[in-house]
Design a protein around this ligand. Sequence first.
Ligand SMILES: NC(=O)c1ccc[n+]([C@@H]2O[C@H](COP(=O)([O-])OP(=O)(O)OC[C@H]3O[C@@H](n4cnc5c(N)ncnc54)[C@H](OP(=O)(O)O)[C@@H]3O)[C@@H](O)[C@H]2O)c1
Length: 261
Amino acid sequence: MTFGHVGQAGHDARNELEQVLILALVAVAGQPGTRPTLPRVTALDSTTVAVLGGTGPQGRGLARRFAAAGIRVVIGSRSAERAGTAAKELADATGGDVTGKDNREAADHGDIVIVAVPWEGHRELLESLAQPLAGKVVVDCVNPLGFDKQGAYALAVEEGSAAQQAAAILEESRVTAAFHHVSAVLLEDPDVEEVDTDVLVLGDDREATDLVRALADAVPGMRGVYAGRLRNAHQVEALTANLISVNRRYKAHAGLRVTDV
Ligand SMILES: NC(=O)c1ccc[n+]([C@@H]2O[C@H](COP(=O)([O-])OP(=O)(O)OC[C@H]3O[C@@H](n4cnc5c(N)ncnc54)[C@H](OP(=O)(O)O)[C@@H]3O)[C@@H](O)[C@H]2O)c1
């Protein structure tokens, strides 16, 4: 495997992630004939997941589910105080290990770093965090969408997609794309025990996409499914506009299932 010039910190992070992934794959291999769900705690319990923009519904919702699954979580925000408040609420609600920091410190602490900010702030935030994110697995869940009287529609992105923009900015990170279609309403609802959806995971680094699949598998009801390379992220991000139309018409929080895998 080649990872470019990631520096010592990046190599250390890479070695730790390789260990985590080996554990995850062993756990998956032990369940022939079943969906590749990962037994919680064992595989990811030494991993810290940081969520940039973790004070918003999507970041908070993902953080809640990961914390409930026994994964250490750091909430990131432009304001350490807002992050601390959100983290305390989630720690109280889940009994999990959740702390709050500003986005830069959160990026420093995360082994896996989820980007959950609005499209409008995506480029600027990532440009400011390229150094702490070097060598890390970055998971972009940002959907570049516009809204008008007809509903949601996909925006054209110069790089092709939000995930490709992230990869262009974060040259030394291992950028993946996932969690675009997961409803924040369901993630945040304490009465929802299982989040019934597959999660399409994209990326050009097999080890990184396998790790993100394992992260999705850690949430009851969710399953991570590899869905192609980053150059195919545009239509995955854009499909969210269709799901928003489904949700409006049927008053639902629709998820996705991929059949025959
Ligand atoms: N909501 C959903 O159901 C859903 C589902 C799938 C994917 N997504 C994607 O997930 C991302 C977050 O969604 P959301 O609904 O949670 O968004 P949001 O509430 O609008 O924003 C999330 C957080 O990002 C921070 N933020 C706001 N503007 C920013 C800027 N210009 N630069 C940096 N940080 C900024 C804010 O935190 P601080 O003020 O504390 O920094 C905010 O709490 C979006 O890109 C969306 O497309 C959302």
